[in-house]
Design a protein around this ligand. Sequence first.
Ligand code: NI
Length: 310
Amino acid sequence: MAETLDPGARAAAEQKARKAARDAARKNEASDEPVGKKGIVPPWERGAEGIALVDTHAHIDGEDFEADREETLSRAKRAGVVAVVTFGDTMEASARVVKLAASYEPVFAGVGVHPENAFPFTREDDDRLAAWTKEKDVVAIGEIGLDYYWEKDEDKRAMQRKMFVRQLALARDLDLPVCIHDREAHGDLMTILKTEGRKNRGVIHCFSGSWEMAKELLKLGWLLGFDGPLTYKNAAKLPEIIEKAPADRILVETDCPYLSPLPYRGKRNEPAYVRITAERAAEIRGESLADFAAQTTKNACEIYGLKVGI
Ligand code: NI
């Protein structure tokens, strides 16, 4: 049946199926601790004096935030979040994040196509992305990269690589940072960053590699983004990596609506929860939340050129 659809419709249908699978995976995530049982105080009720955080990777354009986007941003503000960088993952989502950056003062945007939604990129697509980067508070090309976890088909992985390399080139042409997704594609990612991407700059978001890989990326000049999984009991190597990473190369992010930190795991994530990840990171590094927030916010402002009122 799928063969009878035109390529655009087929891509849209596949994209929808992947989103459904991802949503189902999120809902089925086993929660380490049920919400509310310990009387957890939400981040926006913990006081934000002296705290200035940036959620450096969010997706607030989608239907998950349709009903309460304004309240979500207001909760983030009360939790000490002074800016949110929201990323497009398709051309349609990129068009939406451009509008959000123009509409909401603390919102900045990145435009790009996520590897899960890879398609044969044309010159016209390059031009559309380039045009959007001229709009207000559009600060990066992203979310781009490689995802071999959701994509097992070799031809489609090749298409991901092609689209990734092309968007890296576009970012260099525009002199913009990139935000990179890498899931179970570490080898190919490193190869590309050492060749085509050697003159790019930016962030490996939701870093999931080893300390060895982190060291290589740091040597190449990249920043590393940390999210909710840092708070999980099976956080694996993340605590060690965030402890060892240089202070000026760390960013915190939510990747909302996915990857909620504890105790919200399995629920919708939102920018305010970046504070929970930051609190955990500060604890691991033996720093105060205020100092950790100030440093990571400085990092975010530098790499993305953000102007935030603190
Ligand atoms: Ni993302």
